[in-house]
Design a protein around this ligand. Sequence first.
Ligand SMILES: O=C(O)[C@H](O)[C@@H](O)[C@H](O)[C@H](O)COP(=O)(O)O
Length: 261
Amino acid sequence: MAKHPNLYSFNDIDSLAKSLRKYVLQCQSAGFERHNAFKVAVSGGSLPKTLTKALLAQDDEEGKAEFAKWEVFFADERAVPLDHEDSNYKLLKDELLDKIPASMGKPIVHPIDVQYMDDVQEMADQYQAALMKSFAAKDSVKIPIFDLLLLGCGPDGHTCSLFPNHELLRESDAWVAPIEDSPKPPKKRITLTLPVVTGGIKIAFVATGEGKRGILSKILDTEEGRSLPCGLVNEGGAEKVSWFTDHGAVQGVNFPSRGSL
Ligand SMILES: O=C(O)[C@H](O)[C@@H](O)[C@H](O)[C@H](O)COP(=O)(O)O
């Protein structure tokens, strides 16, 4: 039987965050078992804020985020200074990292190397080298296998900086690739490639609000949507993929959803 992504839908962001917390903590435990660390890739957009809601909540029976054992990479990043308004690093720092109480530990975070701002190929290569260093401790790894990738879904069906119909969707060698013609500004960015995204142990999309309605029904219900970047992640990741949405985003979507993990 074909395996499919999981679709979860919640009343509001608060209940979504509760479930996302449970899910992330399960992924964290699996990561600790695999390599005594939790290696996670995160996107920009609204994700960091929702993640903060999920992770900095009070302790409960599901445990808590042990940030000292987290290693955080960026699923994609814009080629801008780290204190620039467009920086995903700045977004994550402002929304989550700076709010983590000392008692929860500090994660290792891998920002881009801004000395390569004018050469995004070099920037991507350097980022790939950082991944290699982190993941290739033992043998030569073919691909970095993240414990979890936390992704957003753009209104056009893009994810990371993988845009519809872009040649980067066919990249099969590089782990990290540059893009200089992003249809959404800023134009210059780096991104994890599709094989790295679909190679993750778990892959989660967080997509909320009525503005996502049209694109989610396209991705989840139509043939055409399967070739969009998010659709390709669904296809490649199958049951490893989970969508965390709210009712507003999935109203009218036929793909069967559940309200809890
Ligand atoms: O680099 C970008 O263009 C954005 O970061 C983008 O990829 C974002 O993650 C999605 O558009 C989802 O955004 P929301 O989570 O805000 O809906």
